[in-house]
Design a protein around this ligand. Structure first.
Ligand code: T5A
Length: 208
């Protein structure tokens, strides 16, 4: 059995995760890779309820509560979906994971990285993604794409400086963990982005 791989997808709201996930799904299916797709916050019955609360513009939460709820959703997802799938040799692709907490709650809201790292250690027990694809776009591009699609959720309605800090945090994490991160300029055309994604997925599959 080839080694299971854990892939996460990150980026600013509107960077194109949903768009490129469809491509990744098709690529892995064509390569006969048995894959479980999930998302954060969410991915389990409890997690989806937490997601509703976390994205609801009328729900208020302190910074610590928000951070803990992200990790509560993650704990549920890890124990009921991600760990069992990896143990069975299935690949897992998650639309966001802990780097989002470092970027949004840490960079965006100012929760100390040390505190997030403690929760990461508690919940993940050393488990890290094999590959984190960071779809990087300038703020203006993500804001313009979002405004064309739907009403903003609790995070999307934050001010520009919040989103700039989120992007800066993502890029800082990518620089700190170059082995794990694959940064893609997601402001360009779809075909070019997907060509890069296909190349990286092919490498990962060859190593598995
Ligand atoms: N969160 C999450 C935290 O704060 N902490 C955490 O720990 C976690 C896990 C979750 C929210 O929760 C926060 C972060 C988030 O704010 P989400 O489900 O990840 O939300 O939602 P979004 O990131 O907002 O995802 P979206 O689906 O809204 O945006 P996408 O998926 O990034 O963008 P997508 O693919 O829908 O694209 C947006 C538009 O742009 C177009 C698409 O067609 C679409 O119309 N587009 C392009 N157009 C031209 N060229 C391209 N290259 C394009 N790529 C996309």
């Amino acid at each position: 059995m080839s080694r299971a791989r854990f892939i996460t997808l990150e980026g600013l709201d509107g960077a194109g995760k949903t768009t490129h996930l469809a491509f990744i799904r098709d690529w892995l299916a064509a390569a006969n890779v048995d894959t479980v797709f999930t998302r954060e916050p969410g991915g389990t019955p409890l997690g989806e309820k937490l997601r509703e609360l976390l994205l609801d513009v009328d729900t208020e939460a302190t910074l610590d509560t928000e951070t803990l709820l992200m990790f509560a959703s993650r704990q549920e997802l890890l124990s009921s979906i991600i760990r069992p799938a990896l143990a069975m040799g299935r690949w897992v692709v998650s639309d966001r994971f802990t780097d989002a907490t470092f970027a949004y709650q840490g960079g965006g809201r100012g929760v100390p990285a040390k505190r997030i790292a403690q929760l990461e250690e508690w919940v993940q027990q050393g488990l890290q993604p094999d590959l984190t694809i960071l779809l990087d776009v300038p703020l203006q591009v993500s804001q313009q794409r979002l405004s064309q699609t739907r009403l903003p959720d609790r995070f999307e309605r934050e001010r520009e400086d919040f989103h700039q800090r989120v992007r800066d945090s993502y890029l800082a994490r990518a620089a700190a963990y170059p082995q794990r991160f694959f940064v893609v300029d997601a402001s360009g055309d779809l075909a070019t982005i997907q060509q890069q994604l296909a190349g990286r997925l092919a490498e990962l599959k060859a190593q598995a």
